[in-house]
Design a protein around this ligand. Structure first.
Ligand SMILES: CC(C)(COP(=O)(O)OP(=O)(O)OC[C@H]1O[C@@H](n2cnc3c(N)ncnc32)[C@H](O)[C@@H]1OP(=O)(O)O)[C@@H](O)C(=O)NCCC(=O)NCCS
Length: 169
């Protein structure tokens, strides 16, 4: 059964493999951690930064929570939730980010990660979330619309057209 868990040392090597696949396939629209930076010290080296992000203590960054998607001990993907509607969230990155390991695409994981992620957003007291999706990202648009995303508009972000979808919780 797919679960969203907080980052933890146990799944760092699964996370690295996932990042490697996204890098090797030159996947657009989502940049994970550079897998070359993920060594045995990486988790502890970055922990403080992720902890601070959850508390809104990183200058210029909205409050953000990071989760890893695990199915029966296998690393599947990630989910990011930004609980504040800052200018950057509204006009650039949106409230939510998600990705699935390339070799696991097309198995329903993307839709399930978003479904579980929306439960977390609800538990955190959010009434709605915003997804900003490149208009060429057909898979993500499908996942978002399946979850009830309602198109607000299409805006230009760094020279690319992005759709803004709201999901009411
Ligand atoms: C977007 C992403 C998470 C989808 O994950 P996934 O596990 O392949 O998605 P699912 O298997 O849950 O598919 C959900 C729906 O999208 C459809 N879909 C998936 N990939 C598709 C594609 N390339 N083209 C058209 N439809 C697609 C599926 O058919 C399914 O629809 P259905 O239930 O009606 O059959 C995955 O492609 C990914 O990680 N992309 C890179 C990161 C990214 O773009 N993240 C989003 C940033 S906004």
């Amino acid at each position: 059964m797919l679960q969203l868990i907080k980052r933890c040392p146990e799944y760092v090597s699964g996370y690295k493999d996932y990042c490697r696949e996204l890098y090797d396939n030159d996947v657009a629209y989502f940049r994970p951690t550079n897998p070359d930076y993920i060594d045995e010290d990486w988790f502890l080296r970055t922990k403080d930064w992720y902890d601070k992000k959850e508390k809104g203590l990183i200058e210029g960054q909205p409050v953000s929570f990071h989760y890893w998607a695990i199915d029966d001990g296998k690393f599947i993907g990630e989910f990011q939730l930004r609980t504040e509607f800052t200018e950057k969230v509204l006009n650039d990155i949106g409230s939510i980010g998600y990705a699935v390991k390339v070799s696991e695409w097309g198995k329903g994981y993307g839709a399930e990660i978003l479904r579980l992620g929306l439960e977390i957003a609800r538990e955190k007291g959010m009434k709605k979330v915003l997804l900003n999706i490149n208009e060429n990202n057909v898979a993500s648009i499908k996942v978002c619309e399946k979850a009830g995303g309602k198109l607000q508009d299409t805006i230009n972000i760094n020279g690319e057209k992005n759709r803004r979808y709201w999901i009411e919780l």
